[in-house]
Design a protein around this ligand. Structure first.
Ligand SMILES: Cc1ncc(C[n+]2csc(CCOP(=O)(O)OP(=O)(O)O)c2C)c(N)n1
Length: 522
């Protein structure tokens, strides 16, 4: 067996059984090994941003790492933006990056680059394998790193001679890296802090889902503290019947208003809130000066254990969780069909329609940017679903993430809410959706602009846009034809200009097997 085969066997035997990839010559032995080893699902992405974004989406839903195969420095470089988003989401990924054979590097051939240098900023762990007999053990260590709670980016660089040289066989993954233990003093201090008016429990990481979220609900019900989540969350469990947690607003003024009465803030997996950007004359730190901040646990800690311990400290183990999201029908007191909005495609109307039609256990990848800014409160009345946010702010994320999410959860509908500008960065993901027949309904908000940046121009105090500035913020001349773009990637599509048409198109998207794209002309 050669080094490449020992690596592929190591991956498969240690439950890393999906490989998103875009290979080249230096990775051909790895590609050939994929044929010799049973059990690896191989998914081609036509741009490396699709590959790394898909691996991010896969981890968020499957809760275990996928592998990627990328071509030397430039291939990895193309994937960096979505690797950045994945790192911010603390997704575990095992990147395998090809490299020239060791003896070839000295000749500075065209694709020679500092692969480790390209990898380092967006990776938590980087290693160049030094020999074909070492590659299996290096692969096992990469898996261990990627699995370390809550998830890490491990990048293993594979010189071509390491892949084609003789190897001994696969390796087993060493002892897992355990999550950090919850500090008892932090539990006691947090319990004290949550008593009385002006207290807020801020949730992030794994605290916005599962049992951890339920413990947070019991704590809120017992103490009367407010619950808040970070603006971005890797995977938040939302929908009717679940503990309702509002997200920090994006807009600085709204965020400051949301925090103004908070005097004691307890952090569970979240960072103390700061604004997304700096704005002239506005603070970066969103907590009031007189607010005391207590850290219960970080995102790398055992959040479920921390919140359970806090609930016990507060004698809230059996307190029913609150507040819970009420279903849409209960809010309006009417049956579902009567709730269907009609007329113009307004953000509120779109949200109401999505909420009414979203199937149970859907996965929503939210890159709706300006159109979707206020979807949250309406969507909380939808059937229970998972909500994924772009954690690193690097757009071109939702289509690739939807690929990975759909592969991780074949039985669930994935809904990608996509700005038209964002979609254009990694549109090649549509082709992978078609090729793999992935159940993804893509809703493109075709406002023909980088709409959010128009608001940002005003917020940073720049002058009103003239012709040249406006040309940097608009996507018209020509208008993008989303029906043609979808068709060209093998994806069926429809267009909607009213809420009635959107309802028809969204129902169609949900009913087909495989991808469907809806261009919402707004
Ligand atoms: C990689 C990257 N490049 C550029 C930006 C800056 N940026 C932020 S939002 C945005 C425009 C988004 O446009 P669209 O998806 O159409 O949403 P809209 O603003 O129209 O709602 C841009 C260019 C970014 N965040 N990331």
């Amino acid at each position: 067996m050669n080094g490449a085969e020992s690596l592929v066997r190591t991956l498969v035997e240690n439950d890393v059984n999906v490989c998103f990839g875009n290979p080249g010559t230096s990775e051909m032995h790895f590609v050939a090994a994929l044929d010799r080893v049973e059990g690896m699902r191989c998914v081609l992405g036509l741009f490396e941003g699709v590959v790394t974004g898909a691996a991010d989406g896969y981890y968020r839903i499957a809760g275990k790492p996928a592998s990627t195969i990328l071509h030397l420095g430039p291939g990895l470089g193309n994937g960096l933006a979505n690797l950045h988003n994945a790192k911010k989401a603390r997704s575990g990924i095992v990147n395998i990056v090809g490299e020239h054979a060791s003896h070839h590097i000295q000749y500075d051939a065209p694709l020679t680059a500092d692969v480790e240098g390209v990898a380092r900023p967006m990776s938590d762990w980087v290693k160049t394998s030094r020999g074909s007999r070492a590659i299996a053990a290096d692969g096992a260590e990469a898996i261990r790193q990627a699995r370390a709670a809550p998830g890490r980016i491990a990048t293993l660089i594979l010189p071509a001679d390491t892949a084609w040289g003789e190897a001994d066989g696969p390796a087993t993954v060493p002892q897992p890296i355990p999550p950090a233990r919850v500090d008892r003093a932090a539990v006691v201090a947090s319990a004290r802090s949550l008593q009385g008016a002006g207290a807020m429990l801020m949730l992030g990481g794994a605290a916005v889902r599962g049992k951890a979220l339920e413990w947070a609900g019991r704590i809120a019900a017992k103490t009367g503290c407010r619950l808040m989540a970070e603006f971005n969350n890797a995977r938040m469990e939302c929908g009717a019947g679940r503990v309702r947690v509002d997200r920090m607003p994006y807009n600085v003024d709204l965020a400051l208003a949301a925090m103004k009465d908070v005097r004691r803030l307890v952090l569970a997996g979240a960072k103390a809130p700061v604004s997304f950007f700096a704005y002239p004359g506005k603070p970066s730190v969103l907590t009031p000066a007189e607010c005391a901040v207590t850290k219960l646990a970080g995102a790398e800690d055992d959040l479920e254990g921390a919140l359970e311990a806090l609930a016990d400290e507060l004698d809230a183990r059996t307190t029913p969780p609150a507040p819970l999201s009420t279903p849409l029908s209960a809010r309006n007191g009417s049956a579902l069909p009567a709730l269907m909005p009609a007329g113009k495609l307004t953000p509120d109307g779109i949200a109401a329609l999505l909420a009414a039609l979203l199937p149970e256990q859907a996965i929503v990848a939210d890159e709706a940017v300006s159109t979707g800014r206020a979807f949250g409160s309406t969507m909380s009345g939808a059937a229970p679903h998972d909500w994924l946010n772009i954690m690193g702010g690097s757009i071109g994320w939702a289509l690739p993430v939807s690929v990975g999410a759909a592969i991780a959860a074949p039985g669930r509908k994935v809904v990608a809410l996509e700005g038209d500008g964002s979609a254009m960065y990694t549109m090649q993901a549509l082709w992978t959706m078609a090729r793999e027949s992935l159940d993804v309904t893509v809703v493109v908000f075709a406002n023909r602009a980088y709409q959010i940046l128009r608001g940002e121009l005003a917020s940073v105090g720049a002058s009103a846009p003239g012709r040249r500035a406006n040309d940097m913020l608009t996507l018209d001349r020509p208008d993008l034809d989303w029906l043609a773009l979808a068709k060209g990637h093998g994806v069926e599509a429809g267009r909607a200009t009213t809420l009635e048409e959107f309802a028809r198109e969204f129902r169609r998207g949900l009913s087909v097997t495989g991808p469907y794209l809806i261009e919402l002309v707004i």
